[in-house]
Design a protein. Sequence first.
Length: 353
Amino acid sequence: MPASRPTFTLTIGALRSTTADPVGGPTRLLVERDMDVAADALRVRLADRSGVSLGDQVALALGEDGGETGVFTGTVAVLRPGLEGVEVLALGTVGELLNLRTAAVYEGQSAGDIARDLLGRAGLTAGTVDDGPVLPRYAVDGRLSAYAHVKGLADRLGFELYADAQGSGMFHALGPAAGLDSGAGGALSGALSSASAGAAGAGGETYRFGAHLLDVTATREPAAWGTVDVGGESPMSGQGDRTSHWLTVDDSDYRGSAGSGDPHLTLLDPAARTKDLADRFAAGRLALARRTANQVWVSVLGRPTVDLGADGSAADVPDALAGGEGYVRALRHRFGPDTGFVTDLRFSVGAGG
């Protein structure tokens, strides 16, 4: 049986280049997408510029024998021409959220409603957007980018903020934050412990030593915080999100807390106007710390269908700590004559191993 052949289709503005008809002479394609980095990136090395200009729309599909899947959507941000060709740097759609400066005041809307509105103002299509809790009041101003405001909401809740391969904006709970909004009040700590114990969902592809893995490494370390306390803007009531929000002389009974033990983090958050919100933000911040404590990197032959947020696992590895189940927080596609087509994935996994 003949070996499969990696193929690509690249469009940049009016340029269309494929494996069969490599217009522009692309010699290297590198896709880098990471939930810890605001915008996805595509680096392309062309033998000649072929009319490519700043701001051109970019799309890349990778696969085998012409069966290809889209892996990047964005626009040209940087051109670096030289004697041996030109390097093109394209940024993903979240770059539009980074460039947006706007002002708005939201009252009685969910975190998801706010995220959808700001994504829409930036021209992004909303993908998976979880509602999360209702915020009594939340203000956005032009001193920060819309990305900074939405990322601030995501970090409070332990949500992930990123774009999928088609460029849709994603704002939702994964791993340790999954299930935090299914209960209220005292149920949050239990939900966090349960979700963290199996930071990955069931399903997804399993990459096995001796069958799929070209390389595997892992990091195991304590979470940055053992306990997180959140104080709000002196809420008067601990009875829920629909109560009045006024000043009180003693807010110690209305501080939120999640986790136990050291290190201990204490935050003041004006958006935490109720006891329930303070608890929810504390649980979200703790989930934020836990999702990067246990990570596994794998390198496999090209996997264009794998997207950020997808479930997956590494198994049958020589050391159990280098394996585990989790979800994809970062991926890199390398395509070129020297590497062939290789995909590197980083999973956030549970503490077990």
